[in-house]
Write a protein that binds this ligand. Structure first.
Ligand SMILES: Nc1ncnc2c1ncn2[C@@H]1O[C@H](COP(=O)(O)OP(=O)(O)O)[C@@H](O)[C@H]1O
Ligand SMILES: [Mg+2]
Length: 231
């Protein structure tokens, strides 16, 4: 197992999935004995054709769905960043939106302010605290969604095609920023994409086919494999 992930036995895992199976109520069997591990502090990507089960797997990892069988172990709080930030940002301004995620924690106003500032600084948007959400670009909105997860002290970040709606420059800015955040804060990230150039920023990747991980490891090797499939 550890040979497959390219990491040694003593590496701590932030995400462990063993023999996960999931069937939608419609009868569509989506995950079939799916297993994967993401080492703590690393940035991994999840690749696979449409319908291979990537979004379903992320929803299972986030606890939004329950598997019929198999095990999921995650160390730390999970933060989720969706493809479309308009489905995620709920408050009128940047600062209010990041603070909104903290309502369940019993924090003082000073503690909330400190968490919000720290999280916005982490995504380089501290000056945007009072801006209305509608005035932000798509990439800035994604960074606010990430700031929300950081403010809640999430240690494991899940991204479901976060760059699908972004232009190419913003796309690479976002992936580079997430790479820096993972490394500087010791976070762990699993990022779904079909844009192969993003593989240059990750530590490793999984290839999902029909609900099973069929390949994993070195991003450049997976990139070559998929580029061959594309032509
Ligand atoms: N809410 C749902 N109800 C029933 N079936 C679903 C639902 N969401 C996804 N599916 C089915 O699960 C399969 C995998 O979908 P999904 O996990 O979204 O794949 P991917 O993200 O890799 O494109 C597809 O066959 C899809 O039709
Ligand atoms: Mg999907």
């Amino acid at each position: 197992m550890n040979e497959e992930t390219g990491s040694n036995a003593i590496t701590e895992k932030a995400i462990s999935v063993r023999n996960l199976s999931f069937t939608w109520p419609t009868g569509a069997s989506v995950l079939r004995s799916c297993s994967l591990e993401v080492p703590k502090g690393e940035f991994w990507m999840l690749l696979g054709t449409n319908g291979s089960g990537k979004s379903t797997l992320l929803q299972l990892l986030a606890g939004l769905l329950s598997p019929q069988s198999g095990e999921i172990e995650i160390s730390g709080l999970v933060g989720f960043v969706f493809q479309n930030p308009d489905h995620q940002l709920v408050m009128p301004t940047v600062g209010a939106d990041v603070a909104f995620g903290l309502v369940e924690e019993k924090l003082s106003n000073d503690q909330i302010r400190a968490r919000v500032r720290e999280a916005l600084a982490a995504v380089n948007l501290l000056d945007f605290q009072r801006r209305p959400i509608y005035a932000l670009s798509g990439g800035q909105k994604q960074r606010i969604a990430i700031a929300g997860a950081i403010a809640r002290q999430s240690e494991v970040l899940l991204f479901d095609e976060p760059t699908a709606l972004l232009d190419p420059d913003t796309q690479l800015d976002l992936v580079a920023q997430v790479q820096r955040l993972v490394k500087s804060r010791g976070l762990t990230a699993l990022w779904v994409t079909h844009r192969l150039e993003e593989l240059n920023y990750c530590d490793g990747a999984f290839l999902l086919e029909q609900g099973k991980v069929v390949d994993r490891g070195e991003p450049q090797r997976l990139k070559q494999r998929l580029m061959k499939d594309e032509v």
